[in-house]
Design a protein around this ligand. Structure first.
Ligand SMILES: *[C@@H]1O[C@H](CO)[C@@H](O)[C@H](O)[C@H]1NC(C)=O
Length: 226
């Protein structure tokens, strides 16, 4: 009995327990569920927008990259002169022209060396200092291979006999380079190592007929770019 009285007592008093949650006003079931899902939906939408923005930025970057892809350098030998050419002592001066056709990129030459070969044998080598070639410009270099190498191989001797008869020496001048392209002030490209191979026919200085025929300007093969 006392127990029941206590309970009744308790009901009379003010309630000090945890607050009874106030139920939200009754709404349509659909509306209620949308409100519950709101933060999640917001997050989803934000994620979707971010994804679209990221893809758009990626596409723009790709297009810019494709547009800014550099064109290969072009190289020519405009003049080549042998002051003397025999298997022991060679004097050879070339005039090479390198064209940077790029409108937006200057070329920084980290390495530029010229090697001269005859009959598969190397007889000259010139190392140029580091240099910079402006955009859309032509640069002239004059490697001089004077009295550097002695050709000793059998193939060089064979080539020499053959070329002496024909009046022209078939010489290969190779340019080995390491370049970077400078598009903006702070951004350098990756390093490229284009090689330029120039197959030239140089008149024998001791053959008047050949000297009269002269040297034909030659375009070099450029590869290893991009
Ligand atoms: C000189 O060159 C011409 C052609 O370039 C060649 O036909 C001729 O055999 C050469 N002469 C000599 C003496 O090697």
């Amino acid at each position: 009995m006392a127990n029941r009285e206590h309970k009744v007592d308790h009901l009379d008093q003010r309630f000090h327990g945890p607050p009874v949650p106030v139920l939200p006003p009754v709404e349509q079931p659909g509306a209620a569920s949308r409100r519950v899902a709101d933060p999640y939906a917001l997050c989803c939408r934000a994620f979707r927008v971010l994804t679209i923005v990221a893809i758009a930025v990626g596409v723009v970057a790709l297009v810019l990259w494709l547009v800014s892809l550099p064109s290969a350098l072009k190289a020519y030998v405009d003049a080549a002169e042998l002051t003397r050419f025999d298997l022991g002592n060679d004097g050879k001066q070339d005039q090479l022209r390198i064209r940077n056709p790029n409108r937006d990129q200057a070329v920084l030459y980290r390495r530029l060396e010229a090697v001269a070969l005859y009959g598969g044998e190397r007889f000259g080598y010139v190392d140029f200092p580091r240099m910079r070639q402006g955009r859309k410009s032509t640069m002239v270099i004059r490697p001089s291979f004077r009295g550097q190498g002695v050709l000793t191989g059998a193939s060089a001797a064979t080539a020499f006999r053959r070329d002496k008869e024909r009046g022209f020496f078939n010489i290969i001048v190779k340019l080995h380079t390491r370049v970077r392209l400078k598009a903006m002030i702070f951004v350098d490209s990756v390093e490229y190592r284009p090689d330029m191979d120039c197959y030239i026919r140089v008149p024998d200085p001791s053959n008047a007929t050949a000297v009269a025929l002269g040297f034909t300007a030659t375009r070099c093969h450029v590869d290893g770019f991009l």
